[in-house]
Ligand binder design. Sequence first.
Ligand code: BTN
Length: 271
Amino acid sequence: MTDSFCKQSIEENIKDDINVVFYEKTDSTMVQAKRIINEKSFSNIHKTVVVATEQTTGKGRLGRSFYSPGDGGIYFSVILSDGIIENPAIITASVATAVCRAIKAIYDKDCKIKWVNDILLNHKKICGILTEGIINPVTNKIDTAIVGIGINIFVDAKDVPVELQNIIGGIVENPEQIKKTQLLCSVVENIFDIFSESKNVKNALVEYKKKSALIGKKIKVFPVIGQMDNFYYCFVEDISEDAKLIVRTENNEVKYLDSGEVSIFSKTVTE
Ligand code: BTN
């Protein structure tokens, strides 16, 4: 059904010098990445990727679960630990750009990004990104980030829970086209290429804006997570350099959003 996907295939295909930790099945690669950091499993934990063929308790944002069945997707966490991490939102945005670049390189498909962490293809979510910062107890600053990435390459509609059927999709329509190793290696290489230089991060953020599925749209904002009856509508004007969503409310007030949930209300204003 799929290409060979294991520690060896990843190590053979990846161009960077990276620590690869591979599980056939685990609870969550986020949990395993935290364990690796706590146990200092490598002399240099920066550039470690923790991969699982299947996760039994995949974690999404806001404490939600992330649907991670084995066959058609790739689930992995990347450890970044190369200096102080000022803004986790910039990390998420840069990684979203890296995922889009990799999907373009391997599948020649152009994705959109729904601020801040969802990658969309044909209006369906094909990838979610979860960034967690680890605070150094000595400096009290975030010096390590774990970025979890789940990509659905192929989704068999009959296996998808009913409540997710209109929401999640895959990159390809045929399981023969699954290329887990190539896609994972390309995402990881793109991530470390972006974080190798600050000018690359700046370029990635420019690209992130261009791929935004929200700029120019009317959206519904839920400012308090979990309170779905508390919302307002606004128009998305831009995304700031620090990855905040710049919106104009119906009262003509400009707000910079750095948290909260949004959904697209109108399909198009500028298209
Ligand atoms: C979201 O869409 O809310 C974020 C989803 C992040 C899922 C990935 S899959 C690999 C890593 N391990 C997890 O448990 N979660 C992240």
